[in-house]
Structure formats: C-alpha cells, structure tokens
Ligand binder design. Structure first.
Ligand code: ADP
Length: 420
C-alpha cells in the first residue's frame, strides 16, 4: 500500500469513527431524555431535559420550548435558552403563531432555515432580537394536533435532514411527556374529587346513622317487654342490620381517610386484654345469635404500644369475620403471645375455612373478594384490606392460615418499639 492509499484508508477509518461517535452521542441523549420522561411527571423538568439533549445532538446553541395558548393564537413560553447571546426582547411579550413557526404548526413537521436573516420570515422578528444564523422548529404533536413547539437556533454549521429527523424524535418525546403530565393532572383532579365526595357522603351519613343505631338498640331492649314475638324478632333484626351497616360505614370512612392521609398514627401504651374484652362485649349479641362462644387467651399484664383505634378496628373486623364464617355453636379464640421481636395476635375460628386459591385473593384491593357468611351474612371485602393498611402503619404484618371446613386463623404481629 503506498502513502496515498494509506492516507485514504486512515481518512475512511477516521470518518467511520466520527460517525460512530456521533451515533453514540445521539443514542446517549435519546436515552437520557427517555429516562427523564419515565422519572418525572412534571412537564417543565422533562421538557428542559428533552430540549437540552436535542440541542446537544443537533448542535444548536439557543432555543426555547413553548406551548400553544388555549385560544390557539400564540405560543406561551415555557423557558428560553439564549445560549449566552445578547437579546433585548422581553420574553414575556406575546408570541403570535406566524412565520416559519406557523409552518411547523400547520404541517406538524420539523422545519428549518439555514439562512434565516435573509429569509422571508425575518420580517416577523421583533426589534432587538439577537441575530439568528439558522433556526429549526420541532412541533409537539398530540393526537395529530400540534400543541407546542421546540425552537432551536444558532448552530455553527447548517441544520441537516438528519438533525430534522432527530429533532422530530425529541419533539415526539416532549409530546409524550406533555400528554403524561396532562393525564396525571386529570387523574389527580378526579381522584381528589372522588375522595372528597366519598368522605363527605360517609361523614354525613355517620351521625344520622348513629342516632338510628341508638334508637334501634333501645327498641330492641324495650321490645322484649312487649312479649310480642314478631316485634321482638323485627327489632332485633333491625338492630343487627344497622350495627353491621354502621360497621361497614365506619370501615369506608376509615378507608377514605387513609387514602387521603387524614388518619394519623398515634400510638400509646394500653392493655391488649382490656381491648379484647371491650370488643367481645360489643360483638356479644352477634356471637350469641349463632351460639358462638369466645375464648380469650390474652395475658392480663401484656401492654402494647400501638394506635388503639387502629388495633380496635382490626380486631373488630377479624373477630366479626370469625363469627360470620363460623358454624353455629362454634368457638372463636383470641390469643396473643409476646415474642422476642414483638407481639403476635391470633383470631382463630373453627368455621368454614378458606381454600388456598381464595387465600391468594385476600388483602388485595384490585380483587374485591367477598363471600357470604354461614347464615348468609353479606360481605364487602373491605375489612381485611383496611386491617392490612392499619397493621402496615405499625410496620407489622398480617396473614392467615386456613383449611376448608376446619377453620381459619388470622394473625398479625406488631414489632416492639425498638424495631418500629
Ligand atoms: P367481608 O367480611 O366484609 O366480606 P373482609 O375483607 O373482612 O370482607 O373479608 C374478605 C373475605 O375473606 C370474606 O368475604 C371471606 O370470603 C373471607 N374471610 C374473611 N375472614 C374469614 C374467616 N374467618 N373464615 C372464612 N373466610 C373468611
């Protein structure tokens, strides 16, 4: 190989290496922009990253990102990068859609001009604007409509078709980011409305419901004096139905409060045995109706540090489930033991049990799994989910062991404060 041939060969190699380097830079910047889209739902942050990456690969020094105003008449500037060049135009001035930018909006495609100061568009440039050697506009298209634009300018050389292709890809990225942030905004707004509606309904139902419950309790007691079987039966039914519905309403209210972070975890020391006694007395009538007995095995001296209201809700749910899914004359046992790492509480029944396939469906909001009780009591599938949320607030765990037709043991543990 002579020297000329060697030079040519080395030149080709250099060109291939340069091309390789360029491609590598393009891929790196595309990846950086992709990450930005995945990481942030804030369009301002993502748009800046997408703009910077695009400017880097196409070699532009200045530019901006703007969105179309609601009336579709002008650009609303999101940010401007002057690339350190002097420009005395106030960025707050309106940016009507005209000139080369209008072309990009109309066609939905990238447009560029490498001799901008001599182009027909220059007449639209406001006074005091920095001189622009060249410009390139990349539209942000959502559902075939251009809703914003990325403008680039002042490349040292000329913008090329390859730059246009890349800018179109980055424009699509920015459009995806914009769509994502709009979707999220809508989702948040509808979520807030739903939460508000839900908590207002639950809250406003609670006080008339408490009065109804109170009255039905008096009625249930008084009815016994009448010795009228029908009145006694209906009053008892009314009282029980209202009690269950009230429990459900409380669960719903707690759930909505949890979702909107309106339930504060406020732990204190209390005796678990006192709480279990309180709960079994509240649920006594429910148990007596099915001739179910309670067995309590909670050491009197066992004190726990936990949020009493949350643990009360958990136990009410677990114990009333144990009654609901027990056969008549069954037994429900509540026990607890102190372990090295915390305490373990178990609510055990010898009722209908749960198949292993159905166990998989428990504690999952998306499954909404519920079956009727042994006396056809209705279920909502919300109780266990709520229990799980409350136990999680204590850094504890909740679970179940069960065998069909033999019974179930729901358990939860609460770590000692050192682990909390
Ligand atoms: P609900 O009891 O209102 O249906 P839960 O979330 O408390 O809602 O329970 C979900 C489902 O788990 C119940 O419908 C039932 O199928 C099952 N389950 C819960 N506790 C027991 C239990 N002790 N024995 C058998 N099945 C149970």
């Amino acid at each position: 190989m002579n020297n000329d041939e060697l030079d040519k060969c080395s030149e080709t190699v250099q060109n291939v290496l340069k091309e390789h380097e360029r491609k590598e830079k393009e891929i790196t910047e595309l990846l950086i922009a992709t990450k930005a889209i995945l990481k942030s739902n804030d369009f301002r942050i993502t748009a800046r990253q997408v703009f910077d990456s695009c400017a880097k690969v196409i070699g532009a020094k200045s530019g901006y990102v703007a969105l179309l105003s609601d009336d579709g008449q002008e650009n609303e500037l999101l940010f401007l990068e002057d690339g350190g060049m002097p420009c005395s135009v106030n960025p707050a001035l309106p940016m009507p859609i005209r000139g080369l930018r209008e072309e990009a909006y109309r066609s939905g495609k990238v447009v560029f001009d490498n001799n901008f100061m001599k182009s027909e568009w220059v007449k639209f440039m406001p006074k005091g604007h920095m001189s622009l050697r060249n410009v390139l506009f990349s539209p942000l298209n959502i559902d075939n409509k251009t809703v914003g634009i990325m403008g680039f300018a002042c490349k040292d050389g000329d913008f090329t078709e390859n730059d246009a292709k890349l800018a179109a890809a980055f424009g699509d990225y920015a459009a995806i980011a914009l769509q994502n942030s709009k979707n999220l905004e809508e989702l948040n707004a509808s979520n807030i409305t739903k939460d508000r509606f839900f908590s207002i309904v639950a809250h406003d139902l609670k006080s008339p419901f408490s009065s109804l419950l109170f009255l039905s309790e008096i009625l249930e007691k008084e009815s016994k004096k009448t010795k009228n079987e029908k009145i006694i039966e209906y009053s008892s039914l009314l009282y029980q139905t209202l009690t269950k519905t009230f429990d459900y309403l409380n669960n719903l209210l707690d759930w909505s409060r949890l979702q909107t972070n309106r339930i504060e975890y406020s732990p204190s020391w209390f005796k678990l045995s006192d709480l279990t006694k309180e709960i079994t007395s509240v649920l006594l009538l429910q148990a007596q109706n099915k001739k179910i007995s309670f067995r309590l095995n909670v050491p009197d001296k066992l004190e726990i540090f936990a949020d009493k209201n949350m643990i009360k809700t958990v136990l009410i749910n677990l114990v009333s489930n144990a009654i609901k899914y027990s056969y008549p004359k069954g037994e429900v046992c509540i026990s607890s033991v102190q372990k090295t790492k915390g305490i373990l509480v178990r609510v055990e029944d010898n009722g209908i049990g749960i198949s292993s396939a159905n166990i998989e469906k428990l504690f999952r909001i998306e499954q909404s799994f519920a079956t009727p009780g042994t006396e056809n009591e209705s279920g909502t599938g919300l109780g266990l989910i709520l229990c799980q949320e409350f136990i999680k607030k204590h850094n504890g765990q909740i679970g179940v062991e069960s065998e069909l037709k033999k019974g179930s043991t729901f358990w939860f543990n609460l770590p000692t404060i050192e682990n909390n």
